[in-house]
Design a protein. Structure first.
Lengths: 310, 515
């Protein structure tokens, strides 16, 4: 029987899911931002770009930043896993080292995407990043679609979905953090919605527009929207429930606690609670990811052997 | 250095970009500077990208039986803040006057008693519906959405060409054009502050909600009523419904019972309070209008009369965008509002008035003749360009039915540089700004739809006649209006990202060399 998977494979799968999600989310955020900046007559390019860096957890440096630099660093930089190209490259290499656990179609999807990026990058430098970002979005969707239809719902699947879900929570929390901590430089609520791919879904539910703090409630607490923090936490918890110990699981409990907290949150006072809540959510995700790593991917660095007495 | 503007020869009309060859208007300077160094092949590449993006998004129109991508030219049409202020005031004024006229015509009929407008204009109109007398529109709004067609004449002055207050369409193209331009040609926007157009759906929804009948004060339910996917404007109906987050319904999704309108859902029948209908009056309600209409909703007009549902735009608005009434609108502005028209009409003749028919028939070859209820550029005869047979046919038609036509001085529509093959060439354009009336305020979407006649010299810009479009920019006023930058201190640091294995190995496993 083949019902066990190597720790190394599990780790690769988790990070494949995580990196593809990261590329997807980063692409959406960049697209929404760049579009908004072109449409906004009063834009302050430097401040807007800096808030982008803050969301994506990259140091912007001391000099003025413009859109070209944003794209170079947050989209086209193949050496940093915080940029789209770097994340997709890392996802590809991780998938390659778990080649027998991911289906061929999934691997080909990542591989062909990686090879197609160069062309799109060159086109993007000429005409703008739209086609590049679109490719990233559609290939990420293709990848997860293929995973959905070609992977058994076994532990491999769970590790990948777990990685994706934790990254989703992280990304949503980052978006909201910048808005909550520094509303003056942050993007407006509708931009946050479209950066999460949630604008149309939100309009349908609230039959209105995302120009209120209700957006924060939606992105955190909505039960049905797949990128909301609550939905992603629920998914992560399901994966961990199937993977881990039945009780006292250090990986599952931070996620479960955060999930129940969101589930029964008093929405009336959400605005005051937000700064603390966002920080706690981020810490819960980190604690869970650390516990997962500790338990499932016991890491041993490459061992160097030396001749005794030499 | 040769560039795409080299052979640009001004036509015999006002040019939007150039004062005279080589001298560019101030508002266009940055765009010209950005376009000039671009190779024609590069422009082609972008145009193809644009066409593909439109095809993928389903932004198409039917031409000769096939789906064509919406034609958007790469050169924007630019209005500076001053020009726009004039257009905005003129359009709002026009809508206010037409609202007053509708309220009057379906009310006390003062304008007819005072002989500002002859009675026959009302009673002879095919769009005059007695049923509309009984409808009391909430907030007094009958024109929730208007599209006013403007042209610029030879001297550069804007003139109103026609009013559309029934089901004006095209606003989705304004939104899609901007979306496409910012994505395909972002560098063009770098130097100028262009007012955004994405607030339209929000304004529209607010106006529709404000128009809800009094009984539904809490949370009125708004729907968009479409004739269905085979309609040429279906894309627009779906886009607006999606942006507003409301249901897109067809006639048979609605049911009327005891003068209320419901929609059929999986959770039972749900009440509907405001119907933004994109159907003509004639098809709206087979019980009142055309009995053979299968796309309407039987009983919906009775529900509107009973005050349980609001139809937007109101039934019977057709009397206000009749082209013969158009000739009276400047008088209506003076009569109802006590103001002078901000935007003049194009000089027109009314063949149904004594003496004018003969004048029109005498100089038919120098006039433009339009049927009063034509749409989409159909039936228009441009005298100076028509052949003898057409003129003879038109002469007979006008003589037989003087009420059915108006005649106008031919205006040489302004031109704008448009990509034609590998070069820029002047093409005639018009402008349709869109106004939304929520009862308190008439808001005009910054810009509007600029349509282009793609054939050289052609004056008819409708897409059903081979017309294209341009993204329409309204420039924000100078930096004087710029809000004070808020100094909120440094941007907070957000936790760094988690980094995982990037898949590369620290040690190269040499032990397993392939042989």
């Amino acid at each position: 029987m083949n019902d066990v998977i190597l720790s190394r494979i599990a780790e690769s799968l988790t990070w494949t899911g995580r990196y593809v999600e990261r590329a997807d989310a980063t692409g959406r955020i960049l697209d929404a931002y760049l579009h908004r900046m072109l449409e906004d007559p009063w834009r302050d390019e430097d401040a807007a770009c800096r808030s982008l860096y803050a969301i994506l957890g990259v140091d912007a440096g001391a000099d003025r930043v413009d859109m070209q630099q944003v794209l170079d660093q947050l989209a086209f930089d193949a050496r940093s896993t915080c940029s789209i190209e770097g994340a997709l490259g890392a996802a590809r290499l991780n998938a390659r080292s778990a080649r027998e656990a991911v289906s061929s179609e999934m691997w080909e999807c990542l591989n062909s995407t990686w090879h197609a990026l160069g062309d799109r990058r060159r086109a993007a430098r000429r005409t703008g990043p739209y086609a590049y970002l679109e490719l990233v979005r559609s290939r990420a969707a293709l990848f997860f679609g293929l995973a959905d239809s070609t992977m058994s719902r076994d532990d491999s699947w769970r590790f990948m979905v777990l990685g994706r879900s934790l990254e989703r929570v992280d990304m949503t929390v980052r978006l909201l953090s910048v808005r909550v901590l520094d509303a003056a430089h942050a993007p407006d609520w509708p931009t946050l919605l479209s950066a999460s791919g949630a604008d149309e879904a939100y309009a349908r539910v609230h039959s209105g527009f995302g120009d209120t703090p209700r957006v924060a409630e939606y992105l955190l607490l909505d039960r049905d929207f797949p990128r909301s923090a609550l939905h992603a936490l629920t998914t992560a918890e399901e994966c961990l429930a199937a993977l881990g110990r039945p009780r006292q699981d250090p990986a599952r409990s931070p996620v479960g606690r955060a999930r129940t907290r969101l589930e029964y949150l008093d929405t009336a006072s959400l605005e005051e609670q937000l700064p603390v809540l966002l920080r706690d959510l981020q810490q819960a995700c980190m604690a869970s990811a650390d516990a997962v790593a500790e338990r499932f991917f016991p890491y041993q660095g490459p061992v160097e052997w030396a001749q005794e007495g030499a | 250095m040769a560039d795409i503007f080299d052979a640009y020869a001004l036509a015999d009309a006002w040019d939007e970009m150039f004062v005279r060859p080589g001298e560019v208007r101030t508002a266009y300077e940055p765009v010209l500077a950005a376009l000039q160094p671009i190779e024609p092949s590069e422009l082609r590449f972008r145009a193809d990208q644009m066409a593909r993006a439109f095809t993928d998004r389903g932004v198409t129109y039917a031409f000769a039986g096939e789906e064509r991508p919406w034609p958007l030219d790469l050169v924007p049409r630019i209005l500076d803040a001053l020009e726009w202020d004039l257009v905005r005031r003129g359009v709002a004024q026009r809508v206010r006057a037409l609202e007053a006229y509708l309220a009057d015509a379906y009310g006390h009929a003062r304008a007819f008693e005072d002989e500002v407008v002859p009675w026959r204009l009302l009673l002879g109109s095919p769009h005059f519906h007695r049923a509309a007398h009984a409808v009391e529109p909430p907030g007094g709004v009958r024109i929730h959405v208007a599209g006013i067609d403007l042209v610029r004449d030879e001297a550069g002055a804007f003139r109103v060409l026609e009013d559309n207050v029934r089901v004006p369409s095209g606003v989705s193209y304004v939104i899609e054009n901007r979306r496409a331009m910012t994505r395909i040609f972002p560098s063009l926007f770098a130097e100028q502050h262009v007012l955004p157009v994405d607030g339209y759906a929000q304004r529209l929804l607010a106006a529709l909600r404000a128009a809800a009948p009094g009984g539904a004060a809490g949370d009125p339910r708004v729907v968009v009523l479409t004739p269905g996917p085979s309609n040429a404007a279906y894309f627009e109906h779906a886009l607006l419904a999606r942006l507003m987050g409301v249901q897109l319904v067809e006639g048979h999704d609605l049911v009327c019972r005891s003068n209320r309108v419901w929609m059929r859902t999986t959770r039972g029948e749900v009440p509907v309070h405001v119907v933004y209908r994109r159907l003509d009056d004639d098809f709206l309600d087979p019980l009142h209008f055309r009995p053979d209409s299968v796309i309407g909703c039987p009983g919906i007009l009775s529900a509107a009369i009973a005050g349980n549902v609001t139809l937007a735009n109101a039934v019977g608005n057709g009397i206000a965008d009749d082209k013969l009434l158009y000739t009276y609108v400047p008088d209506l502005i003076r009569y109802y509002l006590g103001e002078e028209p901000v935007l003049p009409n194009v000089e027109s003749y009314r063949p149904d008035e004594p003496g004018q028919l003969e004048a029109v028939l005498d100089q038919l070859d120098q006039l433009v003749v339009k049927p009063v209820d034509g749409a989409g550029g159909q039936g228009i005869v441009i005298g100076p360009k028509a052949d003898k047979a057409t003129l003879d046919r038109t002469r007979k038609a006008v003589a037989a039915d003087p009420r059915g036509f108006i005649a106008q001085r031919p205006v040489a529509l302004s031109t704008s540089p448009t990509l034609s093959g590998e070069r820029m060439a002047p093409r005639h354009i018009d402008l349709r700004p869109f106004a939304v009336n929520d009862g308190d305020d008439i808001w005009v979407l910054p810009g509007g739809l600029t349509r282009v006649a793609l054939q050289e010299g052609n004056l008819i810009v409708n897409s059903s006649q081979g017309g294209g479009s341009k993204d329409t920019w309204v420039l924000a006023e100078g930096p004087a209006e710029r809000p004070e930058p808020v100094d909120a201190g440094p941007i907070p640091a957000v936790a760094p990202r988690r980094l995982g294995p990037d898949g590369t190995r620290a040690v190269v496993p040499e032990g397993a060399q392939q042989q």
